[in-house]
Design a protein around this ligand. Structure first.
Ligand SMILES: [Zn+2]
Length: 466
């Protein structure tokens, strides 16, 4: 039998043992193993299926799944530990995106058993998410010159390993190809094209730039300290439709799978990496007073955010702060469809008088963008309120992200905040990034006829204190 080896960051592996195992499995001499059920993490008794302990709560945002059988999320560290042990895990995206869970494992642990489990129980397309530098290092060409797929899934040409494969499709042979893709010593010459393995090129910057399973898999492996090449497979139900997040609880329990969401990975990276760069600081005299204007480049969205500072910043003293999300129509054109312009100017006046910060984040229309906001306005003209209009367009009611804002405030030396806001979600979004909101100060703007309905919606549907 020919020697087939692969090298990963944690050593050189001989995969001849897999050949023997798989042949034996194919001959019916040995059952192909399913992943063992992990011991319960909150007690020493039994497994997660029999233990009655409450599942440990996942840190960070957990997607809201509709359905009666939802997935239970684990803290990220437990998911990473399973990946390091070569186990399969579940990874879910946003219910507003694909609303799907993928089975994921590390490329270096793409054993025939793991591949066979995916093919048998998940039954989607088994793909190989790879870090961009791994794809480029191998010189794998992309499948499409112009990607027109809805979610821009970045398939390279398909491949099979040159050595150790015949038709390339058995679980064993896909295992060899995948492990070869994870091999740090592999070159393009080790593969033939096309083949039965489908590498995917993750975007530079990972989940911070694109919240997809490809990026999630690669980022999770990086965080786990492993080779950034993985395997993922969507889960299809027996009737041939895709399983949704709210329908996979029993599947998860049956096979003892740990689960995480892309939101947890994003949140982990926002907590552990610096995602902003301070660029410039200039004097900015305004009609409301004089400010020092700092510009920050965000690696998350490539946008420039501004912080207008008046007076000294002392980390020991609570500082007055307004975190304002860009609203072009309100801020610049004084639109009366909302109260953004008046809120901004009231806050600027107060900060110029008492000292503090106006953080201006370029996330138009609760993060959905200007064009989508105008579409939402149109829907409102047809009778929907602002929350329903966003849902109708397929967006979550509020996509704004305060992780970047929190990093800017920390960079400016802020720790304690007196937050000028009517929005309780801002407090949740900012706390836990090394910031403490010690006080919430409402901004009172008198309602008028044009924005009365909008303000009523914010108060009734989104819990704003107006
Ligand atoms: Zn507005």
């Amino acid at each position: 039998m020919k020697q087939v080896e692969f090298t990963a960051t944690n050593g050189v592996f001989d995969i001849n043992s897999f050949i023997t195992q798989c042949d034996a499995a194919a001959m019916g001499e040995m059952p192909v193993e399913t992943p063992a059920e992990p011991a319960c993490s909150c007690c020493t008794e039994g497994t997660t299926t029999v233990c009655q302990c409450e599942a440990p709560a996942a840190e960070g945002s957990v997607p809201v799944a509709d359905g009666t059988d939802p997935i239970i999320y684990s803290p990220l560290e437990e998911v990473l530990e399973d990946l390091r042990m070569g186990k399969l895990i579940l990874m879910t995206d946003d219910p507003h995106r694909e609303n799907e869970a993928d089975l994921v494992c590390a490329g270096q642990f793409a054993t025939p058993q793991n591949i066979n489990f995916m093919a048998t129980h998940a039954r989607g397309l088994i793909c190989v998410p790879m870090a961009p530098e791994k794809v480029d290092g191998l010189g794998l060409p992309m499948q499409a010159q112009h990607n027109t797929e809805k979610h821009h899934t970045a398939f390279t040409v398909s491949v099979d390993a040159k050595e150790g494969t015949t038709t390339g499709i058995s679980a064993f042979e896909r295992s060899i190809t995948t492990m070869k893709l994870a091999d740090t010593k592999a070159t393009l010459d080790d593969f033939v094209q096309p083949g039965h393995c489908f590498p995917l090129r993750a975007v530079e910057g990972g989940v911070i730039r694109r919240a997809g399973h490809t990026e999630g898999t690669v980022d999770l492996l990086r965080i786990a300290g492993m080779e950034p090449v993985g395997v993922c497979c969507e889960i299809m139900k027996e009737d041939g439709t895709m399983a949704r997040l709210g329908e996979l609880g029993s599947f998860q329990k049956k096979y003892g799978l740990k689960a995480c969401s892309l939101a947890q990975i994003i949140e982990h990276r926002q907590h552990t990496e610096k995602l902003i760069i301070r660029e410039e600081c200039v004097k900015l005299p305004t009609d409301f007073g004089e400010f020092d204007c700092y510009s920050y480049h965000s690696k998350v969205d490539g946008k420039t955010h501004l912080a207008l500072v008046h007076g000294p910043i002392d980390p020991e003293k609570p500082i007055l702060c307004r975190v304002h999300s860009e609203c072009l129509t309100g801020d610049v054109f004084a639109s009366r469809r909302c109260d953004c312009g008046s809120q901004l100017h009231t806050a600027m006046r107060r900060v110029a008088k008492e000292g503090g910060i106006i953080l201006y984040l370029r996330q138009e229309g609760r993060g959905i963008g200007l064009s989508a906001k105008l579409h939402a306005y149109k829907l409102q003209e047809q009778g929907l309120d602002t929350v329903d209009a966003n849902i109708e367009l397929g967006f979550a009611p509020d996509l704004r992200d305060y992780g970047v804002g929190a990093q800017i405030l920390r960079d400016l030396g802020v720790r304690l905040l007196r937050l000028l806001t009517n929005n309780p979600r801002k407090i949740v979004g900012l706390s836990g990034h090394g910031l403490d909101v010690v006080e919430q100060l409402p901004i009172c703007i008198p309602a008028h006829e044009d924005n009365k309905h909008y303000l009523d919606t914010k108060r009734e549907r989104m819990g704003h204190l107006i």
